[in-house]
Design a binder for this molecule. Structure first.
Ligand SMILES: Cc1ncc(COP(=O)(O)O)c(C=O)c1O
Length: 501
């Protein structure tokens, strides 16, 4: 075993990893990367099939991001944001506010779509919130969500809406691993053990068309969102939750969503119109909307063919449905996948309830040592510039389109139940047999075994249970996309035997 691998085995404890299994085999030790390629200590090369756990945008070792960090290093790496401002963080906050606001807010439901709804009780939408105009920096996705959670809680209390504000989030939601973020999560496997540590948040059905009990469509060899036959019962459930809570006299402070795709739940995409509908319900009950775009932000959900407003940059999933949240949590891709930095954007209205005389102690008592770190901010500014270039837009369109074509080849595999793609996010759900949609038991490690077979074919990714995730960096070439999907196909063949429909 390589000496570095030995040191890892001796001293490291890896996240979300059964360490007994880990210690059984020699780990891949990464020493460098370039574009979509990772290179290990033995000189082997792999494709980064999940963008290093959904963080990397433009590829590794990108000259522009490298240059921005180097340039910043010649000045300073870090000074505290407690009591001091700094250059790149000021510039970054302004740029984030610019790209996060699509212009005038569009929240109207189209008449035709309203008629499709099974719920007659959607209240008229109150005025849309003011733009996102304030940025609170932190370190990672979980802390960005903690900030949103605390601000929404305190806003509801101070605005006199509730003495004990409550939150509504989706079944199988995942918002990070700090205690507040875990309290908003509903993945029993991850969160169950800590129940005693958590505050209670309400859960509502998420729109998982492939496994929806209300979807009357038979399994078909196409995206379950398009094949679905339902009456938007999932939206009705959201309305029922809000109505019940309002009747109890303690309306929700906020609804928390991952817009367009629920990531750790298994890359579960929402059918078009779902987000706008639930946003409207939340608004109708005067609740705030917390959009967790830790995964979906910064172009991950693709390049919209027509954004809802000409000024929209279309970098965020919310903008795809014309939804303006009260809180936008960003991390992962913020620095292009280089450094741990996060941001929570919110409105002037939220900011204002924390203003007052010093002695009134309305201050937001929250912060982190590395808040507004200069190296992270410099990387983020460079990343945002790349993202908005015509070349990046073209690259994302190319990856998305090539992926869409390549994925079609997987429908002939009987162990592939569902193929879900939203932009540059892909989940391929493995099943025992596609006609019965029967899932594998978690302990069978079906997804893990396929990913191990893919690693042998030089493609690295991690499964979510029986779902194989593909999430390539935006610089991935068509040939590399084809290699990723090919490794998945061959991996499934190796694990389950080669069969075709
Ligand atoms: C939607 C979402 N929110 C929050 C998080 C937590 O982010 P982090 O791991 O940076 O704390 C994740 C991580 O996967 C995520 O997917």
């Amino acid at each position: 075993m390589h000496q570095l691998a030995q040191l890892d085995h001796a001293y490291l404890w890896h996240p979300f990893t059964q360490m007994r299994d880990w210690l059984d085999r020699e780990p891949i030790v990464i020493v460098s990367g370039k574009g979509a390629i990772l290179r290990d200590v033995r000189g082997r090369e792999y494709l980064d099939g999940n963008s290093s756990i959904w963080t990397n945008l433009h590829g590794h070792n990108h000259p522009k991001v490298n240059g921005a960090i180097r340039q910043q290093l010649t000045k300073i790496a870090h000074s505290s944001a407690l009591g001091l401002a700094n250059e790149p963080a000021s510039l970054l906050a302004a740029e984030l506010v610019r790209v996060a606001n699509p212009g005038p807010v569009f929240l109207a439901t189209r008449e035709g779509e309203r008629n499709n709804l099974n719920t007659n009780s959607i209240p008229a939408a109150p005025p849309a919130p003011s733009p996102l105009s304030k940025v609170f920096f932190s370190d990672d996705g979980a802390t960005a969500m903690e900030v949103a959670l605390k601000l929404a809680y305190e806003f509801a209390r101070r605005a006199g809406r509730s003495k004990k504000p409550g939150f509504l989030s989706l079944a199988d939601a995942y918002h990070g691993d700090t205690v507040g973020a875990v309290s908003l999560g509903h993945i029993e496997l991850f969160h169950g053990a800590y129940a005693g540590l958590l505050f209670k948040s309400d859960r509502v059905m998420s729109p998982y068309c492939y496994r929806c009990p209300f979807n009357r469509a038979k399994p078909e060899r196409r995206d379950a969102r398009d094949a679905r036959r339902c009456n938007w019962e999932c939206v009705g459930k959201v309305e029922q939750k809000f109505a019940a809570q309002t009747r109890r006299g303690n309306p929700y402070a906020a609804m928390v969503v991952e817009p367009l795709v629920q990531g750790a739940a298994g890359m579960i995409p929402q059918p078009a119109g779902w987000l706008r509908r639930v946003a409207e319900i939340a608004r109708g009950h005067s609740a705030q909307l917390i959009a967790d775009e830790v995964l979906t932000g910064f172009g991950r959900t693709g390049v919209p063919s027509a954004v809802n407003h000409p000024r929209s940059t279309g970098l965020f999933a919310c903008q795809r449905e014309g939804v303006q949240p009260d809180f936008l949590a960003l991390a992962k891709g913020l620095t292009g996948g280089y450094l741990p930095m996060a941001a929570t954007l919110t409105t002037q209205a939220v900011f204002d309830v924390f203003l007052g005389e010093y002695g009134a102690f309305k201050t937001f008592f929250h912060g982190h040592s590395y808040t507004a770190n200069q190296l992270g901010a410099a990387a983020a500014l460079a990343s945002l510039e790349i993202l908005q270039s015509a070349a990046s837009v073209r690259a994302r369109q190319r990856v998305e389109q090539t992926m869409r074509e390549e994925l079609k080849t997987l429908w002939s595999l009987p162990n592939v139940g569902d193929i879900r793609q939203v932009g540059l996010i892909v989940g391929v759900e493995l099943v025992r047999d596609w006609r019965r949609r029967e899932p594998f038991e978690l302990r069978e490690r079906a997804g893990a075994r396929v990913c191990e077979a893919m690693a042998k074919r030089a493609v690295l990714t991690r499964p979510i249970g029986g779902v194989i995730v593909l999430m390539p960096p935006y610089c991935t070439t068509p040939a590399q996309v084809s290699q990723m999907v090919g490794a998945l196909r061959d991996g499934v063949d190796e694990v389950f035997g080669k069969r075709r429909l």
